[in-house]
Design a protein around this ligand. Structure first.
Ligand SMILES: [Zn+2]
Length: 374
């Protein structure tokens, strides 16, 4: 049993000790608690900072990513000098400096089906700071199967969501959305953008839920999905009941283990993709080939492609007739999700000589000195 009798501890946590609902007993619960934060990005940064400051005794940080300059607009654990460094390790160093009395486990690996359950099992509460549907289902599934609460958060542009899944009697993420949506229908923050401070609003809310679960105080967000609209400053609440037919937590579950979520359509339906490194060679070998840029006009201020056909994905159906079904096209967008969708629509409409730029124009820009994009 950890002891907080030391003077330094009493001083550090004095503002918690003054709250009757926390007090010395609560602070000792925090010191004995183990929290796993999956993802140390926009949501993970405030979650980790507040959990470390609060004195959560052991914090696991899973993230295989490195710090990128585009992260700094919202991922407040990192500074400019950290660009290129491991997020898990950099976060652990920063948090250890913030609170030397806690234990930190930097886990710089990808959270995947092979390690998800084993990692979740080692902690009491899991905070989902991931940003893809695949990872979100994986966190949810591993938590339900291991009987751990999943403090969920997600952000996009001005809109955020918070809830607690997998708590006893409460619903899970699959009760709300049984299956992941096709990936191309879901723009990511890299593609759609996010207001930086929204990560702080939602992440701190997740931290509060995690602390309440550890302290066993208040009313958790179990069974309630909070919808935060930062643009109009509105918060709505949707009730989510446990679904007895849920494939994961229902009465007759069909999911008994974690799997990697399907992220790509079956091979037969896939438009062949071209790697960013091979794009120049393809265009040189097929001089008649044209690049179709399906990004929205406002995305082009971050880098435009000279000579490309500019055809936003949302106008594809209406303007498809401007293209030649016998022509050779490479469809591209920012990160390669929207373009896959657009390429499939074109193939369905009878276009045969199609390619899809894998990784999008961002990947191409990273390799091409003459083309800059952010
Ligand atoms: Zn469920």
């Amino acid at each position: 049993m950890p002891s907080l009798a030391g003077r330094a501890e009493l001083r550090r946590y004095s503002r918690h000790l003054l709250i009757p609902e926390v007090g010395l007993a609560g602070q000792e619960k925090l010191a004995a608690a183990r929290v796993l934060c999956v993802g140390a990005g926009g949501l993970g940064s405030p979650v980790l900072a507040y959990l470390a400051a609060a004195g959560v005794g052991r914090i696991g940080i899973v993230d295989d990513d490195t710090v990128d300059i585009t992260n700094l607009q919202r991922q407040i654990l990192y500074g400019t000098a950290d660009v290129g460094a491991s997020k898990a390790r950099t976060a652990a160093e920063r948090l250890q400096a913030l609170n030397p009395q806690i234990a930190l486990d930097p886990i710089p690996v990808r959270f995947d089906a092979a390690n998800a359950r084993e990692l979740v099992r080692l902690y009491d509460v899991v905070v989902d700071g991931t940003d893809t549907f695949g990872s979100r289902y994986l966190v949810n599934d591993a938590c339900v199967l291991e009987g751990k609460p999943d403090v969920y958060g997600s952000i996009f542009r001005f809109d955020g969501q918070v809830s607690v899944f997998g708590a006893p009697g409460g619903p899970c993420y699959r009760c709300l959305y049984p299956e992941p949506p096709p990936e191309h229908l879901v723009p990511s923050c890299a593609e759609g953008g996010v207001l930086g401070v929204l990560a702080g609003i939602i992440g701190t809310w997740q931290a509060a839920e995690a602390l309440k679960l550890i302290l066993a105080i208040g009313t958790s967000l179990t069974g309630r999905l909070l919808l935060v609209d930062a643009l109009d400053a509105r918060v709505r609440e949707v009730r989510v009941a446990r679904d007895p037919h849920c494939p994961l937590c229902g009465d007759a579950p069909s999911i008994r283990d974690v799997t990697e979520a399907p992220t790509a359509p079956p091979a037969a339906r896939r438009v062949p993709s071209v790697a960013a490194a091979d794009l120049d060679a393809l265009l040189a070998a097929q001089p008649a080939a044209r690049l179709i840029d399906v990004r929205d006009p406002h995305e082009r201020i971050l880098g435009s492609v000279p000579g490309a056909i500019e055809l936003p994905a949302g106008e594809l159906e209406a303007r498809m007739h401007e293209l030649d079904t016998a022509g050779t096209y490479v469809v591209a967008c920012r990160v390669g999700a929207k373009s896959r969708w657009a390429a499939e629509r074109l193939r369905d409409a009878g276009f045969a000589k199609l390619h899809h730029l894998d990784g999008g124009l961002l990947a191409y820009a990273a390799l091409t000195a003459s083309f800059e994009m952010f």
